[in-house]
Structure formats: structure tokens, C-alpha cells
Design a protein. Sequence first.
Length: 170
Amino acid sequence: MSLIEKLANGSSCRQKIIIAAIDKNNLIGAGDALPWHIPEEYQQFLDFIAGNTVIWGRITWTLFSKIPPSKNNLVLSYEQLYLPGAQVVTSIAEAFRIAETFSQDIFIAGGASVYRQTLHLVDKLYLSVIHGEYSGDVYFPVFDPADWIVETHTAFERYDFLIYKAKSSV
């Protein structure tokens, strides 16, 4: 049974989940790109969001060359845009209001501004901690580990995958 199947079997209610890949210094981006290329971690990300609702920042959304496998894509932008495969929203509040009308888990897939705005609102963090230090200029917000419980820690060759549960949702 895959990690995704194990986690899905243990969850019956919709949750708000931040999903991100960070290095040991909380780096998440280099300009408009990822600082690393780890296909197995990227595939894990796609497997988690498949069939679920995802809230994206506009820049993060544009990193994809094709529409991701998520069922409902809500993209935050202050501009009125047409984005194939997505519904454009102008605020986190609007994104959550729409996302709550769907029956799937709600994943927040970044970028940095979206993570900062939602960190205190989510039930869980799904973090891939990439081994090593990379160069870049976009960072995941600092969070207090004392506010979270590590539910799962799985070590892979090039990264560790951790699931944190917010103590406020225990």
C-alpha cells in the first residue's frame, strides 16, 4: 500500500492541508522555478492533489506546463484572468468559501504569500524536506514546531516527508 493510500484510509473528513517542498532553510523557490529537480517527490505531490481541491497562487499555477490532476483548482489573482482548468478568485476568504462547497480535501499549494496567509488556518502540513541547501529567493513561512504534532515521518533517499497536525485541531 502506498503512502497516499495509507493516509487516505485514515481520513474520513475534509481537511485543509498545506503541501510544500522546502529545503533545510525553508527555501521553496528560485524566481519562478523550483530550486531542485526530484521527480519522485514531484510525483508524490501530484498523487496527493489528484482528485482534490487545490488553492494556488497565480505564479505557482503558471509553473505547470499542463493542468494538474486536481479536481477543483482555485487560483488567487488580483487580475481578472482566464486560466484553463482553474477558477480565478481574488482572496483567501473567497477561495475557502468556494472550496468548502466541494467534498474533497482542500490543499494549499503555494506560493509563499498564500502559505503565509493560510498557515494559521490549516489542519495539517504535508512537507517534503529536501536534503541539502539550495539557492533561491522564495521561502516558506517560519512556523513554530511547538504548535504542531508530527504524525508521520518517512525518509526517502533525497528528501524526508513529514505530516504535521495542528495542535489546535487535536
